[in-house]
Design a protein around this ligand. Structure first.
Ligand code: GSH
Length: 196
């Protein structure tokens, strides 16, 4: 497998999941402006969507979209998603919330032409979205029982909240962030992307 990524982008979630999975994989950095990869390949030919992440599969083909890639890694590894059917749907529910309510909420912070009003409205909305996550973490160390792909994705959202938005995290979210940051797999992914 090969993960196409950009340092600190949402592809960091997939990078963490791959390291945590113990599966063999390679990475290739993408220049998102030029749409080329570090080996000089045309990224648009690899992933016509033009964004990261993309995962080139050993069996051929390229998988895109965080939810699909994270689920694929979990499925292959067997250790990043609960086996119980009902709990699996809870992981999917969490991934969908993170993708559509959190991830997309950061958009103004990645758009060079977004004005301060758009950023401050987005910040307010994100604070509300994170408040719900905060409540759900009551009495838990992870989004679900044990570390899962939902934690890989949520970690990146909190990383952005701290580094790109300057959002004040609640004590519980801060503790969660510190706990996940301390995982060797997370530290390795950050180091590999030059973010440590
Ligand atoms: N729907 C996609 C969105 C991925 C996405 O937003 N990727 C961003 C980085 S976090 C990107 O590559 N943006 C550059 C671009 O769109 O040109 C997913 O969930 O995987």
């Amino acid at each position: 497998m090969k993960l196409y990524y950009s340092p600190g982008a949402c592809s960091l979630a997939d990078h963490i999941a791959l390291i945590e999975s113990g599966l063999p994989f390679e990475t290739e950095k993408v220049d998102l402006k030029a749409k080329t990869t570090e080996s000089g390949a045309d990224y648009a030919a690899i992933n016509p969507k033009g964004y990261v992440p993309a995962l080139a599969l050993d069996e051929g083909g390229v998988l895109t979209e965080n939810i699909a890639i994270l689920s694929y890694i979990a499925d292959r590894s067997g250790n990043l998603m609960p086996i119980d059917d009902r709990a699996r749907f809870r992981v999917l529910e969490a991934l969908a919330y993170i993708s559509t309510e959190l991830h997309k909420g950061f958009k103004p912070f990645f758009m060079p032409d977004a004005d301060d009003d758009a950023k401050s409205a987005a910040k307010e909305q994100l604070a509300k979205r994170f408040a719900l996550i905060d409540q759900n973490l009551e009495g838990r160390d992870h989004v679900l029982g044990s570390f899962s792909i939902a934690d890989c994705y949520l970690f990146v959202m909190l990383f952005w909240a701290k580094t790109k938005v300057g959002l004040d995290l609640s004590p519980r979210l801060s503790a969660y962030f510190d706990r996940v940051s301390a995982r060797p797999g997370v530290r390795a992914a950050l180091a590999s992307e030059g973010l440590d």
